[in-house]
Design a protein around this ligand. Structure first.
Ligand code: URA
Length: 220
């Protein structure tokens, strides 16, 4: 339980265990990436648990039976925020190979802590926006500024807010409040709500810069 309407914390023992690995500053990039991958499966279990199904008729080797499959009218769009979101999108694509991947290129201006766009291949408008299910992926929900810009991108194209999910590893209360105030119907799935942000907009205790640690670009 938490105080936010639509924030789901996946505090499964395996998430907690793997979070302890990725928070450790001595964890190597390879071990860091693998621990995130293990958590990603658990986050996506939660993020996709209410996808709509439809009945279908299947012929097994023995007989006909009625099964359920994902509603074929709905298009699932995986939207990783570059670059750290890529660590989630590989797994998301593995478990939902029929999904569309739409990358969002944004980096954080370290002075203003606001997002700077550099890549956006989202169509100007969507046909049937009500049939799109959007999974925005970013391991760190810190100030909430990039999350809000990414959500706005789809909300402005008339995708219902309830169809938009934001998947993160670690979230800061400041960012969660900001996103939930503007978009209360967007579901946020995270493995941890940490204490606060520091003056540079990093999550405490957090894990440092997720992109640098995933891609081993930490400058010592
Ligand atoms: N981005 C990160 O990679 N880490 C933080 O703590 C905040 C934003």
């Amino acid at each position: 339980m938490n105080n936010y309407k639509n924030v789901f914390v996946v505090n499964h023992p395996l998430c907690c265990h793997n979070l302890s690995i990725i928070r450790d500053k001595n964890t190597t990039a390879e071990v860091f990436r693998n621990a995130i991958r293990r958590i990603t499966y658990l986050l996506f279990y939660k993020a996709t648990e209410d996808l709509e199904l439809e009945d279908c008729s299947i012929e097994t080797p023995l007989e006909n039976c009625i099964c359920q499959r994902l509603n074929s009218k709905k298009e699932i769009i995986i939207a990783p925020i570059l670059r750290a979101g890529l660590i989630f999108s590989d797994i998301a694509n593995e478990i939902m190979p029929y999904a569309t991947v739409r990358h969002i290129g944004m980096y954080r201006d370290e002075d203003t802590l606001t997002p700077v766009w550099y890549y956006n291949k989202i169509p100007v408008e969507f046909d049937n926006p009500e049939d799109k299910i959007i999974l925005i992926l970013d391991p760190m929900l810190a100030t909430g500024n990039s999350a809000i810009d990414a959500i706005k991108l789809f909300a402005n194209k008339k995708v219902p807010h309830k169809n938009i999910r934001f998947v993160s590893l670690i979230s800061a209360p400041e960012g969660l409040k900001k996103v939930q105030n503007l978009y209360p119907d967007v579901k946020i799935i995270t493995a941890s709500i940490d204490n606060c942000l520091n003056s540079s907009g990093y999550i405490r205790p957090g894990l440092g810069d997720a992109g640098d640690r995933i891609f081993n670009t930490v400058i010592n």
